[in-house]
Design a protein around this ligand. Sequence first.
Ligand code: A3P
Length: 290
Amino acid sequence: LYRFPLIKIKGIPLMCHIADNWNSVWAFRPDPLDLLIATYPKAGTTWVQEIVDLLLHNGDAEVARRAPTHHRIPFLEIHSPPPIPSGLSFIEKMDPPRVIKTHLPFQLVPEGFWENKCKVIYVARNAKDSVVSYFHFDQMNQTQPEPGPWDGYLHKFMNGELPWGSWYDHVKRYWLEREKRNILYLFYEDLKENPHREVKRIMQYLDLSLSDDVISHIVRLTSFNTMKENPMANYSCIPDQIFDRSISNFMRKGLVGDWTNHFSPAQNQLFDEDYKKQMKDVNIPFRTNI
Ligand code: A3P
């Protein structure tokens, strides 16, 4: 039905509706109080959105759930026909401080975010689980380009040909900028390992001070099993015509290490060799198994 083709902006493949609206995205001026949640797709964006939203509402789920996630936390660059909402149209209707989501790589983030020293939370997930999650997502999300078979998809991931470009460049660039730009760089695997500790880190970064009881409450509300039952986290406002849930749920498995169910030994070897080359200039402490 949709399956938008990709168009490159500054060398990054983006869905055509984003590229068509690129000038408005690039010209966007955030408020210094706005917070950006930035990720490569499938890193746990929705999870961290829920955590941030609850932190900002003192753990009160009723308040935080008054509107679907993308009405509360608009997706900066998305600009597709209804019923998928256009990010900027929501942002413009909101008063700062706003929480804004993006998958844009560092170099495509509108410069106002850096000029205004906005807070930025980056979430990174290990490459192997990211590509597996993205593969399932691209099958179910009828607006993403057709993923094709798994082996070809894996190569597209390694070559940076999927929407929003190279995972390797994405995670590296934010990593290298994190100190200078005061970016809170989180790992999906850390959130899985010790959500209480990580939620507290996010709270501190946001200059909030909530009790340990409230933090525990937020951890419970944002566990995979609770979020799986939460219509907002599942983007239930997006119809089955776009998110084909007969193929996969949005809240699919939520695990570290699911890649072992998809990579053949040969694919794993090839991937590891390529990974070493692509990541040789940085040392980001990713974990593919816990
Ligand atoms: P899987 O496909 O591996 O299950 P994003 O929000 O960036 O699109 O990421 C979606 C991925 O994060 C999916 O991964 C989803 O299940 C997982 N996820 C979402 N909420 C989660 C939670 N509370 N705990 C663990 N994983 C979660």
